[in-house]
Design a protein. Structure first.
Length: 176
Protein backbone atom coordinates (compact mmCIF):
# COMPACT_ATOMS: atom_id res chain seq x y z
CA UNK A 1 0.00 0.00 0.00
CA UNK A 2 2.63 2.69 0.88
CA UNK A 3 4.44 2.18 -2.43
CA UNK A 4 1.16 2.77 -4.22
CA UNK A 5 0.64 5.92 -2.12
CA UNK A 6 4.05 7.20 -3.16
CA UNK A 7 3.29 6.31 -6.78
CA UNK A 8 -0.06 8.10 -6.64
CA UNK A 9 1.52 11.19 -5.08
CA UNK A 10 4.25 11.18 -7.72
CA UNK A 11 1.81 10.76 -10.63
CA UNK A 12 -0.34 13.58 -9.30
CA UNK A 13 2.75 15.75 -8.87
CA UNK A 14 3.98 14.99 -12.39
CA UNK A 15 0.59 15.96 -13.83
CA UNK A 16 0.66 19.26 -11.94
CA UNK A 17 4.26 19.90 -12.95
CA UNK A 18 3.36 19.37 -16.62
CA UNK A 19 0.96 22.31 -16.30
CA UNK A 20 3.71 24.32 -14.60
CA UNK A 21 6.08 23.62 -17.48
CA UNK A 22 3.46 24.74 -19.99
CA UNK A 23 3.35 28.17 -18.38
CA UNK A 24 7.02 28.39 -17.39
CA UNK A 25 8.05 27.77 -21.00
CA UNK A 26 5.92 30.74 -22.09
CA UNK A 27 6.77 33.26 -19.38
CA UNK A 28 8.37 36.49 -20.50
CA UNK A 29 10.36 38.58 -17.99
CA UNK A 30 7.74 41.37 -18.15
CA UNK A 31 5.02 38.87 -17.15
CA UNK A 32 6.51 38.44 -13.70
CA UNK A 33 6.09 41.98 -12.38
CA UNK A 34 2.90 42.81 -14.31
CA UNK A 35 0.26 44.13 -11.92
CA UNK A 36 -3.27 43.24 -13.04
CA UNK A 37 -4.99 45.66 -10.67
CA UNK A 38 -4.55 48.42 -8.17
CA UNK A 39 -4.21 46.19 -5.11
CA UNK A 40 -1.34 43.76 -5.75
CA UNK A 41 1.34 41.94 -3.85
CA UNK A 42 4.59 41.74 -5.77
CA UNK A 43 8.34 41.54 -5.32
CA UNK A 44 10.18 44.80 -4.70
CA UNK A 45 13.86 45.68 -4.83
CA UNK A 46 15.34 45.46 -1.35
CA UNK A 47 18.08 47.57 0.21
CA UNK A 48 20.57 44.70 -0.16
CA UNK A 49 20.11 44.51 -3.94
CA UNK A 50 17.83 41.47 -3.70
CA UNK A 51 14.07 41.25 -3.88
CA UNK A 52 11.59 41.43 -1.00
CA UNK A 53 8.00 40.14 -1.07
CA UNK A 54 5.04 42.21 -0.03
CA UNK A 55 3.81 40.51 3.13
CA UNK A 56 1.42 40.83 6.06
CA UNK A 57 1.35 38.47 9.03
CA UNK A 58 -2.44 38.73 9.01
CA UNK A 59 -4.07 38.32 5.62
CA UNK A 60 -5.56 41.66 4.56
CA UNK A 61 -9.16 42.14 3.52
CA UNK A 62 -9.51 42.45 0.63
CA UNK A 63 -6.71 40.06 -0.28
CA UNK A 64 -4.26 41.63 -2.76
CA UNK A 65 -3.91 40.02 -6.17
CA UNK A 66 -0.43 38.45 -6.34
CA UNK A 67 1.81 39.03 -9.31
CA UNK A 68 3.55 36.13 -11.01
CA UNK A 69 6.73 37.35 -9.32
CA UNK A 70 5.11 37.06 -5.90
CA UNK A 71 3.61 33.66 -6.73
CA UNK A 72 6.97 32.26 -7.86
CA UNK A 73 8.62 33.53 -4.68
CA UNK A 74 5.75 32.06 -2.65
CA UNK A 75 6.21 28.67 -4.33
CA UNK A 76 9.93 28.86 -3.63
CA UNK A 77 9.29 29.64 0.01
CA UNK A 78 6.76 26.95 0.87
CA UNK A 79 8.41 24.33 -1.33
CA UNK A 80 11.84 24.91 0.21
CA UNK A 81 10.36 24.57 3.69
CA UNK A 82 8.34 21.47 2.71
CA UNK A 83 11.49 19.84 1.34
CA UNK A 84 13.35 20.72 4.55
CA UNK A 85 10.65 18.98 6.58
CA UNK A 86 10.62 15.86 4.41
CA UNK A 87 14.42 15.65 4.53
CA UNK A 88 14.32 16.30 8.30
CA UNK A 89 16.52 19.40 8.02
CA UNK A 90 16.05 22.62 9.98
CA UNK A 91 13.35 24.57 8.14
CA UNK A 92 14.33 27.85 6.55
CA UNK A 93 12.58 31.03 7.55
CA UNK A 94 10.54 33.04 5.05
CA UNK A 95 13.20 35.78 4.94
CA UNK A 96 15.87 33.19 4.05
CA UNK A 97 14.23 32.49 0.69
CA UNK A 98 15.75 34.61 -2.07
CA UNK A 99 13.80 35.23 -5.24
CA UNK A 100 16.15 35.31 -8.28
CA UNK A 101 14.37 38.15 -10.08
CA UNK A 102 12.21 38.71 -13.14
CA UNK A 103 13.79 36.47 -15.73
CA UNK A 104 15.01 33.04 -16.67
CA UNK A 105 16.77 32.59 -13.32
CA UNK A 106 13.39 32.26 -11.62
CA UNK A 107 12.33 29.49 -13.99
CA UNK A 108 15.66 27.70 -13.42
CA UNK A 109 15.18 28.07 -9.65
CA UNK A 110 11.70 26.54 -9.78
CA UNK A 111 12.97 23.64 -11.85
CA UNK A 112 15.75 23.06 -9.31
CA UNK A 113 13.17 23.05 -6.53
CA UNK A 114 11.22 20.47 -8.53
CA UNK A 115 14.29 18.25 -8.80
CA UNK A 116 14.97 18.54 -5.06
CA UNK A 117 11.37 17.69 -4.27
CA UNK A 118 11.13 14.70 -6.59
CA UNK A 119 14.42 13.34 -5.24
CA UNK A 120 13.00 13.59 -1.72
CA UNK A 121 9.61 12.18 -2.72
CA UNK A 122 11.09 9.26 -4.64
CA UNK A 123 13.23 8.34 -1.62
CA UNK A 124 10.34 8.03 0.83
CA UNK A 125 9.77 4.68 2.50
CA UNK A 126 6.58 3.41 4.10
CA UNK A 127 7.91 4.53 7.48
CA UNK A 128 8.71 7.97 6.06
CA UNK A 129 5.18 8.39 4.72
CA UNK A 130 3.74 7.63 8.16
CA UNK A 131 6.15 9.94 10.00
CA UNK A 132 4.44 12.92 11.68
CA UNK A 133 4.68 16.20 9.76
CA UNK A 134 4.28 19.59 11.38
CA UNK A 135 4.16 21.61 8.18
CA UNK A 136 2.19 23.51 6.96
CA UNK A 137 -0.05 22.85 9.96
CA UNK A 138 0.72 22.56 13.67
CA UNK A 139 2.29 19.40 15.07
CA UNK A 140 -0.85 18.62 17.07
CA UNK A 141 -2.85 18.26 13.84
CA UNK A 142 -1.66 14.63 13.71
CA UNK A 143 -0.84 14.66 9.99
CA UNK A 144 1.93 12.79 8.21
CA UNK A 145 4.57 13.19 5.52
CA UNK A 146 2.05 11.62 3.11
CA UNK A 147 -0.35 14.45 3.99
CA UNK A 148 2.44 16.97 3.43
CA UNK A 149 3.22 15.51 -0.01
CA UNK A 150 -0.47 15.64 -0.95
CA UNK A 151 -0.62 19.26 0.24
CA UNK A 152 2.41 20.14 -1.92
CA UNK A 153 0.54 18.77 -4.95
CA UNK A 154 -2.57 20.80 -4.13
CA UNK A 155 -0.71 24.02 -3.31
CA UNK A 156 1.44 23.73 -6.44
CA UNK A 157 -1.64 23.09 -8.58
CA UNK A 158 -3.34 26.19 -7.14
CA UNK A 159 -0.28 28.42 -7.58
CA UNK A 160 0.43 27.20 -11.11
CA UNK A 161 -3.19 27.85 -12.09
CA UNK A 162 -2.86 31.38 -10.71
CA UNK A 163 0.36 31.93 -12.68
CA UNK A 164 -1.27 30.62 -15.82
CA UNK A 165 -4.33 32.81 -15.42
CA UNK A 166 -2.21 35.93 -14.88
CA UNK A 167 -0.01 35.08 -17.87
CA UNK A 168 -3.05 34.55 -20.08
CA UNK A 169 -4.72 37.77 -18.89
CA UNK A 170 -1.60 39.78 -19.65
CA UNK A 171 -1.23 38.17 -23.08
CA UNK A 172 -4.90 38.77 -23.87
CA UNK A 173 -4.53 42.44 -23.05
CA UNK A 174 -1.63 43.03 -25.46
CA UNK A 175 -2.42 45.05 -28.54
CA UNK A 176 -2.10 43.22 -31.88
Amino acid sequence: MPASVTGLLRRQFDLTWALAEYHLDRLEPADLLWEPGGLCWTMRPGPDGGWRPDWADTEPDPVPVPTIAWLTWHIGWWWSVATDHVRQRPARERDDIRWPGPGDDTVVWLRELRTGWTDALDGLTAADLDRPAAYPWPAEAGLTVADLAAWVNAELMKNVAEIGQLRLLRAAGRPD
